[in-house]
Design a binder for this molecule. Structure first.
Ligand SMILES: Nc1ncnc2c1ncn2[C@@H]1O[C@H](COP(=O)(O)OP(=O)(O)O)[C@@H](O)[C@H]1O
Ligand SMILES: [Mg+2]
Length: 378
């Protein structure tokens, strides 16, 4: 049996609708049911903040603080999450909170086993997580950036350094735009472009590798979910198989140099890995995901997420926790059965929410049930 990450306890303080909440879990799937607005997604959001980034709602960190009456003394406190995550024999305690000093209103503090980490990619090496929330239903039709962000989340599962590299690439792109505008010094520009090129090639390599893992997991496993054929297209990715890495860096660096004038006039970076496109095809009929029905798009997305979980389980012995917010109710019976079957065979701690427990009625004893009303758990 493969190892899978699981959360054994979770404490929320001053988090959204919860003043204080402490929950304990075993490794089995977690089911949270309750009416709309009862506080289900808030719990999943907290779990999603155990990974780097801004959580499944992409909220501003200060928005997450529990709203207090304006005269309450508690206003000065930011939210905090504390969790114990487990893999095999290892347990890691992750704490994260909003920095509340005035000039730092959107900064997150991260502690792993009591030690403050400066870089949030420390989270990726301690814990592994992937989520599917209703806002992602339209990922294929919404546009390139949303799809690329999803691909980058998948990539993080396989490469802990990926988020940090994306951050460095973004920082140097902004620096290059500033230099072009204010101080087009050749030496600085060239050094900045070298760093961008170095990061870009590593970013492209990680994305391609992640897709290879997921593609392989999907190809090797017979599933009732539609098979997805995935591709990432972009200047750097397209040339990756054609040149050795160093040559590709030089190639992209030359492209950046060539585009200085264009980038100066347009005020943006016209070439690079931030402009790549992640495309998904419904393998059986060759249709692009964006042209599939909404039901098929959801099934494709779930298929990719399960493929990623399977790949991490198979080749890294570390299946991620999978958060599925309001997903189960919208699947037909056959796909729901397939989903539960795969969750069980992978041994993953999937966190599933629904307004009604009826979908899970055959799983008493195999899943752990929590029912929530007005942010009180019973
Ligand atoms: N920062 C906040 N402070 C206090 N309450 C909040 C905050 N953010 C959201 N809420 C409240 O949390 C409640 C539960 O939200 P949610 O978890 O999304 O419900 P569910 O997923 O069960 O439908 C909502 O009533 C919402 O108003
Ligand atoms: Mg919800």
């Amino acid at each position: 049996m493969n190892s899978a990450f699981w959360i054994s306890n979770l404490t929320l303080t001053n988090f959204r609708s919860y003043d204080h909440l402490k929950l304990e879990f075993d490794p089995s799937p977690v089911v949270i049911t309750g009416p709309n607005g009862s506080g289900k997604t808030n719990i999943l959001e907290a779990v999603s903040l155990l990974a780097s980034g801004r959580g499944l709602r992409m909220a501003r960190l200060s928005e997450i603080d529990k709203r207090q009456k304006s005269d309450s003394p508690y206003n000065v406190f930011g939210w905090a999450i504390n969790a114990a995550v487990n893999l095999g024999e290892n347990q890691t305690v992750i704490s994260t909170a909003r920095e509340t000093s005035r000039d730092n209103i959107d900064k997150r503090i991260i502690k792993i086993d009591g030690e403050i980490k400066r870089n949030s990619s420390a989270l990726e090496s301690a814990f592994s997580l992937i989520y599917f929330v209703p806002q992602m239903n339209h990922i294929f039709t919404e546009g390139r950036r949303t799809r690329l962000a999803f691909l980058d989340r998948l990539t993080m599962l396989f490469d802990y350094g990926h988020p940090k590299r994306l951050g460095v690439y973004e920082k140097y792109s902004a620096e290059r735009r500033r230099l072009l505008k204010e101080n087009p010094d050749e030496i600085w520009l060239s050094a900045t472009e070298s760093t961008m090129a170095e990061q870009a090639v590593a970013i492209a390599a990680s994305r391609l590798e992640a897709l290879e893992y997921i593609g392989k997991a999907l190809a090797e496993f017979d599933s009732r979910f539609p098979r997805a054929r995935m591709e990432v297209k972009g200047l750097v990715e397209d040339n990756f198989p054609k040149m050795p890495a160093l040559q590709l860096e030089e190639f992209f660096k030359a492209k950046l140099e060539e585009a200085r004038k264009l980038d100066f006039f347009s005020g943006r970076t016209n070439y690079g890995v931030h402009r790549s496109d992640f495309s998904v095809v419904y393998a059986e009929n060759g249709a692009l995901a964006e042209n599939c029905s909404t039901g098929e798009q959801k099934a494709l997305l779930l298929s990719i997420i399960l493929g990623a979980a399977r790949a991490k389980a198979t080749w890294f012995n570390a299946a991620p926790v999978v958060l599925l917010d309001e997903i189960v109710a919208h699947l037909d019976d056959e796909r729901r059965e397939e989903l539960f079957g795969q969750i069980a065979s992978l041994g993953i701690q999937a966190w599933m929410t629904a307004t009604h427990p009826k979908f899970f009625k055959n799983f008493a004893g195999k899943m752990q049930f929590f029912s929530v009303h007005d942010s009180v758990i019973c």
